[in-house]
Write a protein that binds this ligand. Structure first.
Ligand code: SAH
Ligand code: SF4
Ligand code: F3S
Length: 452
């Protein structure tokens, strides 16, 4: 694992300690974990891969569905046993479950030393030092991000591809979603600050950046002067060393034509759009409060494909929303076939606290939801396989990320359209853009070979 510190304020302290971190949830959480590691490095904690040897174990949690939350408590149960064996080991819980539950989490798992939220990452070193000194559990959760966003040090897990948050929070109120509650209102980082960070990444050898937010397509509307994601993409496109720009996740309603044009006209911007639709049915979309119709979404896709015929498009879809009829579910299935998504994250609806839909009548049984989910997954897989097979015989440029997890003799990279390609290559190719010929395809990945 490579560890690269891109911001290195003076070290404050102290004796050497070790930290193990486990991260659930979305890329935002993964990025937050990298920042936690950066912050803890300042007080002498270095990352290790074996939790059994760690002085501090951190669980960065996700609250998006009930099973994500359940996982938190089963992990903490197992971690308590480690703590019992190694007294003095500390446990910290952060992320969206901690933000949501705060002191009630602290009461439920009293052996946890630190509970901290998504809005006060920068306070983690102080909280750790306080819990260490007092030997009492501490809980601190802020309701909002600080007015002036602190620049937080970071230890990135990749030396090739970096996550860069550009906007925090979400101003939508989809009736199923806990995110606005645990991540707060939208707050964009200043364009100059982001550009400076990415220039630093370029100089540090990074080739790819992924601009992150729950709603990246809303980037900049709260800045003065207002800007949009297209402006930011164009600006980052001028940083020579950064060969690829990606962004995640966009809301279809905010995807203006200028953003699509900026992707088309910026050489380093990847022709890949992740645009969650959530349902292929208008009544369900309305009840979800998504703020668009199926036709509106189709026009977005149409605009992208007219301008960039080879663009890849992926989505998120929920099955079994309260009151979803069989016909409404089939409307989602038909839309997947009609729009030919490259990939789709599918999920069975899960009732969440603080969300209106959790209290609605017409909740579907687990069996019904999972039956719909299985069927949808098979359709998504078939469509993805068909699309991937079209790559066979093509020459594609990939950014080589490392060795393949499952076949360490192979290497793994991604196309601009986010297709994973496994191929036999050389160590020296890691971090390079390499041309490969695609030889075979399955629904999830491609195989390639170096051109003769
Ligand atoms: N901001 C993004 C999505 C963020 S949450 C958007 O607007 O689409 C990531 C995904 O989790 C969502 O796209 C949705 O498909 C899923 N999700 C959110 N709440 C859920 C719930 N209560 N049950 C099941 N899936 C949910
Ligand atoms: Fe959740 Fe909707 Fe916001 Fe996405 S746009 S994070 S689904 S509330
Ligand atoms: Fe989960 Fe929080 Fe992300 S709820 S999906 S980790 S914003």
């Amino acid at each position: 694992m490579s560890a690269i510190n891109t911001v290195a304020p003076p070290k404050q302290a102290t004796e050497k300690k070790s930290v193990y971190i486990e991260t659930f949830g979305c890329q935002m959480n993964k990025s937050d974990s990298e920042h936690m590691l950066g912050l803890l490095d300042d007080i002498g904690y270095s990352q290790i891969d074996d939790k059994n040897d760690a002085d501090l174990m951190i669980l960065n949690t996700c609250a998006i569905r009930e099973n994500a939350e359940d996982k938190v408590f089963s992990y903490l149960g197992a971690w308590k046993k480690i703590k019992d064996r190694r007294p003095g080991t500390m446990i910290a819980v952060g992320g969206c479950v901690a933000q949501d539950e705060g002191t009630s989490l602290q009461r439920r798992v009293p052996y946890v030393d630190i509970v901290f939220g998504t809005h006060n990452l920068h306070r983690l070193p102080d909280l750790v030092l306080k819990a260490r000194a007092t030997k009492e559990s501490v809980c601190e959760v802020f309701q909002e991000l600080p007015e002036d966003l602190p620049e937080i040090p970071v230890i990135r897990q990749s030396a090739i591809s970096a996550w860069v948050s550009i906007i925090y929070g979400c101003d939508y109120n989809c009736t199923y979603c806990i995110v606005p509650f645990v991540r707060g209102r939208e707050k964009s980082r200043e364009m100059d600050v982001i550009a400076k960070e990415i220039e630093g990444l370029g100089l540090g050898g990074y080739k790819e950046v992924t601009l992150l937010g729950q709603n990246v397509t809303a980037y900049g509307h709260d800045l003065d002067p207002k800007v949009h994601l297209g402006h930011l993409i164009e600006r980052i496109g001028k940083i020579d060393q950064i060969k690829r720009i990606r962004f995640l996740t966009g809301h279809p309603r905010d995807l203006n034509p200028e953003i699509i044009d900026a992707v088309k006209n910026t050489e380093s911007a990847c022709e890949y759009f992740h645009l969650p639709i959530q349902s292929g049915d208008n009544r369900t979309l309305r009840r979800m409060a998504r703020g668009y119709t199926v036709d509106f979404y189709k026009r977005c896709i149409d605009q992208i494909r007219t301008k960039m015929p080879n663009a890849a498009i992926s989505t998120d879809i929920i099955v079994g929303f309260p009151g979803e009829t069989e016909q409404e579910f089939m409307n989602s299935i038909n839309l997947i076939e009609e729009l030919q998504f490259d990939a789709a994250n599918t999920a069975a609806y899960s009732p969440r606290p603080h969300t209106p839909a959790a209290d609605w009548e017409g909740q579907l049984s687990q069996e019904e939801k999972f039956e719909r989910l299985r069927f949808m997954n098979s359709v998504v897989t078939d469509v993805a396989h068909k699309i991937n097979k079209r790559y066979i015989g093509r020459r594609e440029q990939i950014l080589v990320e490392g060795r393949s997890d499952r076949h360490p003799e192979r290497f793994m990279g991604r196309t601009g359209t986010n297709k994973i390609v496994n191929f036999e290559g050389q160590e020296s190719m890691i971090g390079q853009l390499v041309d490969v010929e695609i030889t075979t395809a399955n629904p999830w990945a491609l195989r390639g070979k170096l051109p003769e």
